[in-house]
Design a protein around this ligand. Structure first.
Ligand code: ADP
Length: 395
């Protein structure tokens, strides 16, 4: 079956058409600047990438252009819509309502809408994408795959904040976690790759990308993760602060005369390694700057590594041990120097890195030495494939 995987943002929409039998990507692309002007990037497997400006006042036009591109007589990869058996939608927040992926119905859409409060930038956009697809592909089954679902196995000890309990009762303020599709995909793949029983291993997944999070997966279940009610908690990220003393909010608000919106913009968009370095949120830029003597860029990289190492330590404690530590996503997969830097803090776990293996790129690989007490690996994540698999399993 061919599955169309859709990841819809407020002004953008990423897509992949995946053949679920071969797991090959038939075509992929991106619609950008929806509601502004509109640009479609489309690339069939083995073909040229084409970028065209097209008016996209709403997501409906964007999805129509995606369908037109996929079925185009010259560069398309299917003859008609009939060859698309299902659509898998990434949905950011499923609150406590969704502990797994679901086939989309009117009730499911209403339940996703009820979670809008928890992800005001993402869930409404995800729903717009779902509605637009339903309008253009009536009768095609659609599945919602939630970023939060995998973490619904977290125990209350891990998800409760030290706040008045009534906020949990009234508003469902608790830790949810994100990147669940990636953490689930990667942790399963590690067990498979090592020939171990997923239900009997302790794995810490370090998903280090623009947004970064860590997850403790004990016997196949997420038992803790670093993001919380929102994706702002946890690691120091590209532009997000991660954990801070909450009293800093009041302190800076007074000093800088900022309101809550202004503060949130600082914490989400002007902090993280970009904020610390004043250089960039991109680790390639930071590494280049650090190498040419920029001390704040070097500091930002060190702060990032230290925070990751602290979380790894706390999750080894949370699981009373760890068998595997895995790096994935943009930084985790590509930045060998960062992996070394992080692992240098982990000698107490009996970890030793094979630097020759660590220097390789783009493959699933064990980067720890044979006598290392914990396996350290790089496993490329593939959220789209994970969404396609979930979708096929449900339809
Ligand atoms: P997201 O999916 O969260 O947007 P990614 O997982 O694609 O992010 O990660 C993007 C980040 O990965 C970039 O901002 C950059 O910091 C980092 N990155 C990508 N390639 C490299 C590389 N070769 N070396 C170091 N860092 C890299």
């Amino acid at each position: 079956m061919n599955v169309l995987v859709i990841n819809c943002g407020s002004s953008s929409l990423k897509f992949q058409l995946i053949n679920s039998d071969t797991e090959a990507v038939l075509a992929k692309g991106l619609c950008e600047r929806i509601g502004i002007d509109g640009r479609l990037t489309y690339q069939p497997a083995g073909g040229e990438k084409a970028i065209t400006d097209k008016a996209m006042p709403t997501h409906t036009e964007a999805i129509q252009f995606v369908i037109d591109a996929l079925t185009d007589a010259d560069t398309g990869v299917v003859k008609s819509l009939e060859e698309i058996g299902a659509v898998g939608h990434r949905v950011v927040h499923g609150g406590e309502k969704f502990a797994s992926s679901v086939v989309i119905t009117e009730e499911v859409k209403a339940a996703i809408e009820e979670c809008n409060d928890l992800a005001p930038l993402h869930n409404p956009a995800n729903l717009i994408g779902i509605n637009a697809c339903e309008g253009l592909m009536p009768g095609t089954p659609m599945v919602a795959v939630f970023d939060t679902a995998f973490h619904q196995t977290m125990p209350s000890t891990a998800y409760m904040y030290g706040l008045p309990y009534e906020y949990y009762d009234k508003y469902k303020v608790r830790r949810y976690g994100f990147h669940g599709t990636s953490h689930s995909f990667v942790s399963k793949r590690v067990a498979e790759f090592l020939g171990k029983d997923y239900e009997a291993t302790k794995t810490i997944v370090c998903h280090l990308g623009n947004g970064s999070s860590i997850c403790a997966v004990n016997n196949g279940k997420s038992v803790d993760t670093s993001m919380g009610l929102t994706p702002l908690e946890g690691l120091v990220m590209g532009t997000r602060s991660g954990d801070i003393d909450p009293a800093i909010m009041e302190f800076i608000a007074k000093k800088e005369n900022l309101d809550i919106d202004g503060l949130m913009t600082v914490l989400n968009k002007k902090s993280g390694v970009e904020g610390v370095s004043g250089v960039s949120s991109d680790f390639r830029d930071l590494t280049a700057a650090a190498e040419s003597g920029n001390e704040r860029a070097a500091l930002a990289l060190e702060v990032f590594a230290y925070r990751v190492a602290k979380y790894v330590g706390s999750y080894a404690a949370a699981m009373n041990g760890v068998d595997n530590i895995v790096f994935t996503a943009g930084i985790g997969e590509n930045d060998a120097a960062m992996r070394s830097k992080i692992c240098a803090y982990l000698g107490y776990l009996g970890i030793a890195i094979n630097e020759a293996a660590n220097a390789k790129r783009g493959e699933e690989i064990v980067i720890s030495t044979e006598d290392s007490k914990v396996n350290v690996l790089v496993i490329p994540t593939n959220e789209e494939l994970a969404i396609a698999r979930e979708t096929v399993a449900l339809v």
